[in-house]
Design a protein around this ligand. Structure first.
Ligand code: PEP
Length: 249
């Protein structure tokens, strides 16, 4: 079938020092001994990316960045260019995470431009969308998220490898997850939008769920219709938890 393997991506956010590399090494060793059905990636803080990529070299675990700048280089203090992520061994990049949209006022238009930059550099984007609690309670979750999909995904994605991550903001780091019914409803709406934008290719793009995915809810979430993987924050920091989620995919 055309269905790609699920993707389980760990987002370490602003967590992780040198000792965290041991957790990643443990994940890789376990997957080398017992290969997973899913593709697996870890997106560490930028300071660890080069060392993590080296530690995982030769394993099945991919690495990714958590953001990149829209420009390819230049006077942008504190930012990271897509080519620098590639240079540090990354093959993926998370773009448009709600924490970037909130903390750094990133708009969907900027996210779309970053996606183009990432693709040009050769990175596979994981593009995040998701509604706030106020938007869900107002009944506008579906239109908000489908608009984010339309506005954050440039036409340049046609035929390219990428995924979309649906992360309801109220479920991130809160221990609260969306119900399977809510996840399936949203993923179906995102799928319809992807097919509208990209035709047959849009039917195969993995749609990840993110928001308090843990070992004890992973099987239920990953078994839901149109869930093609997970973006995992907190639970990706511990090898045993991350491996349990990977095994559920
Ligand atoms: C995230 O922010 O990408 C995320 C899913 O975080 P958590 O799993 O900690 O809710």
């Amino acid at each position: 079938s055309l269905k790609p393997r699920p993707l389980i991506a760990g987002n370490w956010k602003m967590n992780g020092l040198a000792e965290s590399l041991d957790q990643a090494r443990a994940v890789a060793a376990a997957l080398d001994a017992k290969p997973a059905g899913a593709r697996v990636a870890i997106c560490p803080p930028a300071t660890l990316l080069d060392r993590l990529s080296a530690a995982l070299d030769g394993s099945s675990v991919l690495t990714g960045g958590q953001d990149c700048h829209v420009k390819t280089s230049g006077a942008h203090t504190g930012d990271i260019a897509a080519a620098m992520l590639i240079d540090a061994g990354a093959s993926l990049v998370i773009l448009g995470h709600s924490e970037r949209r909130e903390d750094h006022a990133e708009t969907s238009a900027l996210v779309a431009a970053k996606v183009e930059t990432a693709l040009t550099a050769g990175l596979e984007p994981i593009i995040c969308v998701g509604e706030s609690l106020a938007q869900r309670e107002a009944g506008s979750a579906l239109p908000v998220v489908t608009a984010q999909v339309r506005e954050s995904l440039p036409a340049a994605l046609a035929g390219q490898a990428f995924s979309v991550a649906y992360e309801p903001i109220w479920a991130i780091g809160t221990g609260r997850t969306a119900t399977v019914a809510d996840i399936e409803e949203m993923h179906a709406a995102i799928r319809a939008q992807l097919v509208e934008l990209f035709g047959g290719h849009g039917a195969t793009v993995p749609i990840l769920y993110g928001g308090s995915v843990k070992p004890d809810n992973a099987a239920e979430i990953l078994g839901a219709a149109e869930v093609g993987g997970a973006l995992v924050g907190g639970a990706s920091l511990k090898a045993a938890d991350f491996l349990a989620i990977i095994a559920a995919a």
